[in-house]
Design a protein around this ligand. Structure first.
Ligand SMILES: Cc1cc2nc3c(=O)[nH]c(=O)nc-3n(C[C@H](O)[C@H](O)[C@H](O)COP(=O)(O)O)c2cc1C
Length: 572
C-alpha cells in the first residue's frame, strides 16, 4: 500500500522488532486492512490526503463534512491521512484512516467481498457456520513489541499513536473508536470482541467504556464474572486496524457466548489467524495493525468523557474502566484506523445498519414466519438506528399479521425499536417526509396505534444512567399501512417528468438531485378510463373529455357526490 509520506514519530523505544519472516506467516483467505485499502483505491473509494492535518482539531471535522455537507451516500469516501500532526505541532509516524470500514455501503461491501444484495446471506451463513480460528506463532501485529519503559513518558506508549479527537470542542481526550476490545470469559474461556470506545489518559493508561444496560456490552459480563471471583484485574486487548472481516463482527449483536472470531472465519470462508498476546492470556487477530494489551482494574473506576455519542448528544463524564497498558504491539508501518461516530449518519451507523437490518428481517420472516414482510429499516439520520424501526409489508396483508410484525420488531432487541411503524411498499422508508405522509393519511390514532409499556430505556442520554432502577420507557406501534386501495400519488407520470427534465437541463437550470418520490404511477384506485382521459388531456385533447362528461350530467345530487365509471379490466 502506498500510504504516502511519513512524519517522524513523536517518540520511540521498546524491544527490538521481532524478525520478519513473511514466508513463515500463515496463509489466509481474507484481506487485511492494507489490502482492503488497496481494493478501495482500485474502486475509487479512497481519498489520500497528504497535507498536514491536525488530528485533534481538523481530522474528524473534515470527514464529518461528507455526512453533513449534502454529499450523496454513494459519493462518500474513506479518508487516508498520511501527514498527521497534533495540537502541539508534533508529527506522527503512522497514517490515520477514517471511513475505511464503512464510510458508505460500497466500502462495507468491499470489506465483506460481496455485493450489497449478498450481505445478508453472507452473515446468515457465517453465523450458522462459524469457523474456529487458527493459532499462529508469528504475526504481523507483533512486528514491534513495546513494554516497560517504552510505555512511559511523553511521545511513548499510547502517546506515540495518532489517535484523533472525535468531537473537537466537546470531547475530553483522543479516543480509540475503531476497536476490537477482546476479553475472555474466566469460566468458559470464550472470547468476546466488542467495539467499545476508550479514552486516552496517559501513555500507559486508558479508560474503556462498556455499556452496562440490558443488551449492552458482552465484555461487561466478563468484567462482572471477574469481580464475582474476586479477581483484581481483567485481561484485555484492544486491536486496532483489524482485517475487515474481524472488525465487522465487533459491533455486531451476536448471541451471548458466540465467539465472534469464529463468525469472522465464517465471513472469510476459512480460519482467521490469531496469535497469543505477549503480556495477557488472550488470542488477538494476527493481522491487526496495532494491539494494546493491558489489565482492566475491577476495583477502581475513573471518569471518562465527555464524548460525542451516536445517540446524538454528548455523553457527559461517567466512571468507566481504567486499563493499565502492559504492552503495545504493532506492525512496523502501522496504520491507525478511527471510526466517525457521533450524530448519525456516520461510519458507526453504516457499519451497524448493514448487519442489524438483515437480523430483524430474518427474525420476522424466519423465526416468526410472518409472510409479507419485505423489509425492515432502522431509521438512521439523527435517531441512530435503535429508536425507530420501519416494517415494510405487502399491500393487503392481514391486519393481525401487520400487528404481529410490529410486536416482533418491538421485542426483538432490548435496546431497539422504540417507535415501530408499518408501511406499504410505495413508501420509501428512508424518506421521513414519506413516512409522515403515510402516518398523516393512513393511520387513525384511535385504531392504528398502541403503546406498550415497560421497555428498557436503551442507549441514550440521561435516563439509562439513573442508578439501579432506570425509569422504564415504552414503545409506540403504528400501523400506517393502507386500509383500502388509495388513488395514485399526485405527481406527473415518470415519462412527463423525464421529458421536462431534459428541458430543465437545456435551460441550464441548477443541477437536479431527484428526491423520492418524484413521479406518480398508475397504481391503486385508478381506472383505465381515467388513465385514457389523462392521456388525452396530456396530448391537448381535453375537449374530447368535456364532450364525454357532458353526457353524464345529472340533477338532484349534492356537490362532491362521487362518480365512478363502470369498472373495466385494466387495458380493456
Ligand atoms: C463506533 C462504535 C462505537 C461503539 N462504542 C461503544 C461503547 O463505547 N461501548 C459499548 O458498550 N458499545 C459500543 N458500541 C456498540 C457495540 O459495539 C455493540 O453493542 C456490539 O454488539 C458489542 O459487542 P458485544 O455484544 O460482543 O459486546 C459501539 C459501536 C460502534 C460501531
Amino acid at each position: 500500500m502506498s500510504a504516502g509520506r511519513r512524519g517522524g514519530p513523536p517518540g520511540r523505544g521498546g524491544s527490538p522488532p521481532a524478525k520478519r519472516g513473511s514466508a513463515r506467516r500463515a496463509a489466509r483467505g481474507y484481506r487485511d486492512l492494507r489490502e482492503h485499502l488497496d481494493e478501495l483505491r482500485r474502486r475509487g473509494l479512497l481519498l489520500a490526503i497528504d497535507r498536514p492535518i491536525d488530528k485533534d482539531a481538523e481530522l474528524h471535522p473534515l470527514v464529518r463534512w461528507q455526512y453533513v455537507g449534502g454529499v450523496e451516500e454513494h459519493e462518500r469516501r474513506a479518508f487516508l491521512f498520511t501527514n498527521v500532526v497534533d495540537g502541539l505541532g508534533r508529527k506522527y509516524r503512522f497514517p490515520v484512516v477514517v471511513g475505511a470500514y464503512a464510510g458508505n455501503r460500497a466500502i462495507y461491501c468491499a470489506g465483506m467481498g460481496v455485493e450489497a444484495k449478498d450481505v445478508e446471506p453472507k452473515w446468515a451463513c457465517a453465523i450458522a457456520g462459524p469457523v474456529p480460528p487458527r493459532v499462529v506463532t508469528r504475526a504481523p501485529c507483533q512486528d514491534v513489541v513495546l513494554t516497560g519503559a517504552a510505555l512511559r513518558g511523553a511521545g511513548r506508549g499510547l502517546d506515540m499513536l495518532p489517535i484523533p479527537v472525535s468531537t473537537p470542542g466537546f470531547d475530553g481526550a483522543p479516543t480509540l473508536t475503531a476497536t476490537n476490545v477482546i476479553t475472555k470469559d474466566p469460566e468458559t474461556g470464550i472470547h468476546n470482541h466488542g467495539t467499545y470506545r476508550a479514552g486516552l489518559k496517559a501513555p500507559d493508561r486508558l479508560v474503556v467504556r462498556m455499556a452496562t444496560r440490558i443488551g449492552g456490552a458482552g465484555g461487561y459480563r466478563h468484567y462482572l464474572k471477574h469481580r464475582r471471583r474476586g479477581d483484581r484485574a481483567m485481561p484485555c486487548a484492544i486491536a486496532l486496524g483489524s482485517p475487515p472481516c474481524v472488525a465487522f463482527v465487533a459491533p455486531m449483536k451476536l448471541p451471548v457466548d458466540v465467539d465472534e472470531i469464529g463468525v469472522a472465519g465464517g465471513v472469510a470462508g476459512g480460519p482467521v489467524n490469531v496469535v497469543r498476546a505477549r503480556t495477557v492470556d488472550l488470542l488477538v487477530p494476527a493481522e491487526a495493525e496495532i494491539v494494546i494489551e493491558g489489565l482492566i482494574d475491577t476495583e477502581y473506576l475513573e471518569p471518562e468523557g465527555p464524548f460525542g455519542e451516536s445517540h446524538g448528544h454528548v455523553a457527559l463524564e461517567e466512571f468507566n474502566m481504567p486499563m493499565r497498558v502492559t504492552a503495545i504491539t504493532h506492525r512496523r508501518d502501522a496504520i491507525v484506523a478511527s471510526y466517525l461516530s457521533q450524530v448519525t449518519p456516520s461510519e458507526s451507523s453504516a457499519i451497524k445498519r448493514v448487519s442489524y437490518e438483515p437480523m430483524f428481517l430474518a427474525h420476522l420472516r424466519g423465526t416468526l414466519g410472518i409472510r409479507g414482510v419485505t423489509r425492515v429499516t432502522l431509521h438512521e439520520r439523527m435517531t441512530a438506528l435503535r429508536r425507530i424501526a420501519i416494517v415494510t409489508v405487502e399491500k393487503g396483508m392481514a391486519r393481525t399479521e401487520v400487528w404481529r410484525a410490529l410486536y416482533g420488531v418491538a421485542s426483538f432487541r432490548a435496546d431497539c425499536g422504540k417507535i415501530c411503524v408499518a408501511v406499504n411498499e410505495d413508501i420509501d422508508p428512508d424518506n421521513s417526509d414519506a413516512l409522515l405522509w403515510a402516518m398523516a393519511f393512513r393511520m387513525n390514532p384511535a385504531a392504528d396505534l398502541q403503546v406498550l409499556p415497560c421497555r428498557s430505556p436503551g442507549h441514550g442520554p440521561e435516563r439509562e444512567h439513573v442508578p439501579d432502577e432506570p425509569e422504564p420507557d415504552a414503545s409506540v406501534l403504528i400501523d400506517a399501512t393502507m386500509k383500502e386501495e388509495l388513488p395514485p400519488l399526485a405527481l406527473p407520470k415518470r415519462e412527463y417528468m423525464e421529458r421536462a427534465r431534459k428541458v430543465w437541463e437545456e435551460l441550464g437550470l441548477p443541477r437536479l438531485r431527484p428526491q423520492s418520490p418524484w413521479f406518480g404511477t398508475p397504481e391503486g384506485d385508478w381506472l383505465p378510463q381515467w388513465d385514457a382521459a389523462a392521456k388525452r388531456a396530456a396530448e391537448g385533447r381535453y375537449l374530447e373529455n368535456g364532450k364525454a362528461s357532458e353526457k353524464l350530467r345529472r340533477k338532484g345530487l349534492k356537490p362532491e357526490t362521487r362518480y365512478r365509471p363502470a369498472e373495466k379490466k385494466r387495458g380493456g
